[in-house]
Design a protein around this ligand. Structure first.
Ligand code: PFF
Length: 450
């Protein structure tokens, strides 16, 4: 079977950026930062992006381009008969878990888009946005419809092959989303009480750093937001031939993705405090805050339509990169057609999403992990454990399995200061951090070193 290729260098760059920028920057960043104390979390997250995330992203691209395979196949091509490919299965597993709930949340966004088009959200509902949203997600049917619609859209893009369509869409809509977020941020800081929100986001309360779970949350958010550890970026890298310079693409993606999150934070938190919403409202945070902004700002109804449309498109360019991971693997493994594989895998994810959605309503008593509902449990396992584990394997592979020259050649790095700093981060810093954070948050570190 002939493997696909990007139509152009720009096509790869846009698709990879499209994968990184999505619900993670807006929905997940806001609520996880809100739950973990704000400023100190932001700094920890940014620190992890730069010392672990960006170096691992370059390593993941390098394995993909060099291995020319899906997340399992790339390892097998590069290290035949060695157990490295097992890490690929962790990636396939996280794709199912993450897209399972991602599509549900994207479905909520799609539903909001619809409510701004038909006018339902133009005026504040009698019970307020918070109760309205609560009622929506607890409903047994409506969210499933929108989740299904989003999954169908994702499947359609993936079954036509990765090259077509996404590149153009990202080129136009991503800058639009950036501009709109900046406008929202500017508006949000003019609200009464905005300063409290800015202080929450930018004035670190260091005391939170004594809590090990904050480190795990920041690590998981860095991996989730940069799309690393699952093999999405590896698979995208495998559709690349040798011309693209990987380091500049990687740094561009890393910086842009972080800026998106910070600007989203400036748009959300001042409004959260101005409206008296609790920053630790969890996954509902942006869905109850944003409509409040749109209700107050000039032309808010139109802004609402455009915003949720752009958010859905950004989510789509992320969800297709996730679906691509198992699709590329199953297509090769079982010699299935792209069409059949996309529909098959997408349908399984749809069913997982149905469980997630019901978990906000009739199944809200189902708590697979601790007191976490189905969404939170799947997110926790996938984002905070599987993705960092996948990243750990990537770092160890590039840092320890490859010889120095191989690592430099595969990544377009040179044996100079920058190259060695990168390799040092991948070989030592990233693995040590990931392992220590795992040990610490599981309580094992205390047990080893009381
Ligand atoms: N990075 C995406 C976002 O921020 O929305 C989500 C994501 C895509 C996570 C692809 C992981 C992945 F492999």
């Amino acid at each position: 079977m002939v493997r696909e290729r990007w139509a152009s260098k720009l096509g790869f760059m846009l698709a990879a950026m499209g994968s990184a920028v999505g619900l993670g920057n807006i929905w997940r960043f806001s609520y996880v930062a809100g739950e973990n104390g704000g400023g100190a979390f932001l700094l920890l997250y940014l620190g992890f992006v730069f010392i672990i995330g960006i170096p691992v992203l370059l390593a993941e691209f390098s394995i993909g381009r060099q291995g020319q395979g899906d997340v399992v196949g790339s390892y097998q091509n590069l290290a035949p008969n060695k157990p490295w490919f097992l890490a690929g299965f962790v990636g396939v597993g996280s794709a199912f878990l993450i897209l399972g709930f991602y599509s549900v949340v994207a479905g909520w966004s799609l539903f909001y888009f619809w409510n701004y088009i038909n006018g339902t959200f133009w005026s504040i509902p009698e019970s307020g946005y918070e109760a309205t949203f609560g009622a929506l997600i607890a409903n047994n049917y409506t969210p499933l419809l929108w989740h299904g619609l989003f999954m169908v859209l994702t499947i359609i893009v993936v079954l036509t092959g990765v090259k077509k369509g996404i590149e153009l869409a990202n080129k136009i809509f991503m800058p639009m989303l950036a501009i709109l977020l900046i406008i929202l941020a500017v508006y949000s800081v003019t609200l009464d009480g905005a300063m409290e929100g800015l202080a929450f986001l930018f004035k670190p309360d260091w005391s939170i750093l004594t809590d090990p779970s904050v480190y795990l949350a920041a690590l998981g958010q860095a991996f989730f937001s940069l799309s690393i550890g699952m093999g999405a970026m590896m698979t995208y890298g495998s559709y690349l031939s040798k011309e693209e310079s990987l380091p500049s693409a990687t740094i561009g993606i890393g910086i842009m993705d972080s800026v998106f999150a910070i600007v989203a934070g400036i748009a959300i938190f001042p409004a959260v405090f101005a409206f008296g919403i609790s920053p630790s409202s969890g996954p509902s945070l942006v869905f109850i805050t944003l409509p409040g902004i749109f209700a107050e700002m000039p032309f808010g109804n139109i802004v609402g339509i455009i915003f949720f449309l752009l958010l859905v498109i950004a989510s789509l360019s992320s969800s297709i990169s996730m679906l691509e991971v198992p699709v590329a693997y199953f297509m090769r493994k079982f010699n299935w057609s792209r069409k059949f594989t996309s529909v098959f895998v997408g349908s399984i994810m749809f069913v997982l999403g149905v469980c997630v959605s019901l978990g906000m309503g009739v199944w809200s008593g189902v708590t697979p992990i601790g007191d976490k509902n189905i969404l939170d449990s799947m997110d926790f396992v996938a984002s905070n454990i599987f993705l960092p584990l996948g990243g750990l394997a990537i770092a160890l592979f590039v840092g320890w399995h490859w010889k120095k020259e191989e690592a430099f050649a595969a990544s377009d790095m040179k044996d100079n200061l920058l190259g060695n700093v990168w390799l040092g981060l991948v070989k030592y810093v990233a693995p040590i951090f990931i392992i220590v954070i795992f040990l610490q948050s599981s309580g094992l570190l205390e047990w080893i070193m009381p």
